[in-house]
Design a protein. Structure first.
Length: 298
């Protein structure tokens, strides 16, 4: 039977939404065009597909039988289209990056933006993960570039460059912790409620290691997996948050937020980027590394 696919498509959306007006919105055609298409389909099939009333539309028994088959056919076609799109994407040059949410949001965006301006054909995929997971993904050739702080991840078998140095800081809301005029020793600081990243994060290991060298023990009040959430909790007075300074861009205008002065600041850390010596995507990787090298802030 020679019936246009478009008629079945209109039938599918009316059957799915049980509304001529909703179907017209999905199809970006007029409601009268939807109604006319259904009439044509019913005439060609010589059967009534919908029971129409002023309040609602429902499928007839014949309509329900046809809908099951049309739904399966359209879903099958959609899956085929999706697979073709995926196949086309796989042909494109890819840049696969592993980085934590904090590094992606607060450090990498300008580099990725500049790279994209000159490499619009490259498909960029970012894997949000901790440093150790990023190192593993790089080793397994599941990413092309991995970012991390210098603590926690081992990139000994890869090419590594330093992107920037940074300082970890303690921040608090001065309304809850009026410390802006004080310089605290570490043993004084740990008497306050400390908020920090969980044990899997490199900053946790970094701070505990520094404190142990100074014979100071720390039991944090909260351990989370988001620097942004730590800052938000510090804003509402839940404690003093230990976070990388590069995460503070969005709180600089908050006059109540202060950096707590410490007599013995923790050492600076580095954000490093690691790549393999060879791989399928080395051309695009090298272009990205060129962007990083030009603008790196060590």
């Amino acid at each position: 039977m020679d019936i246009n696919y478009e008629l079945y498509k209109v039938f599918y959306y009316v059957g799915k939404t049980l509304s001529f007006s909703e179907a017209s919105k999905c199809l970006f055609i007029s409601q009268s065009a939807v109604s006319q298409s259904i009439k044509v389909l019913e005439k060609r099939l010589d059967t009534v597909l919908f029971i129409r009333s002023t309040k609602k539309v429902s499928l007839t028994r014949e309509g329900e039988i046809l809908f099951k088959h049309v739904e399966s056919a359209i879903n099958l076609l959609t899956r085929g289209e999706n697979q073709l799109c995926e196949a086309e994407n796989e042909k494109k040059v890819q840049l696969r990056i592993a980085a934590s949410n904090s590094i992606s949001k607060n450090v990498l965006l300008p580099y990725i933006n500049e790279f994209h301006k000159n490499n619009k054909d490259a498909h960029i995929k970012i894997f949000s993960c901790d440093a150790n997971t990023g190192a593993k993904l790089l080793e397994e050739d599941k990413v092309d570039v991995a970012f991390a702080s210098t603590v926690g991840a081992s990139f000994s078998n890869h090419n590594v460059i330093t992107l920037k140095t940074f300082q970890d800081v303690f921040v608090a809301n001065k309304e809850f912790f009026p410390l802006e005029d004080r310089v605290l020793k570490m043993e004084e600081l740990v008497e306050y409620p400390i908020l920090m990243m969980n044990k899997e994060d490199s900053s946790n290991e970094f701070l505990h290691s520094h404190l142990l060298k100074n014979s100071v023990d720390l039991v944090p009040d909260m351990e989370l997996n988001s620097n942004e959430l730590l800052i938000d909790l510090a804003k509402v007075g839940m404690g003093i948050a230990f976070v990388p300074e590069f995460c503070l861009n969005h709180v600089e205008d908050d006059e109540n937020m202060i950096k707590v002065d410490i007599m013995d600041n923790v050492p600076t850390r580095k954000i490093v980027v690691a790549t393999k010596d060879e791989g399928e995507n080395m051309d695009v990787v090298n272009k990205f590394i060129d962007v990083l090298n030009i603008h790196q802030l060590v």
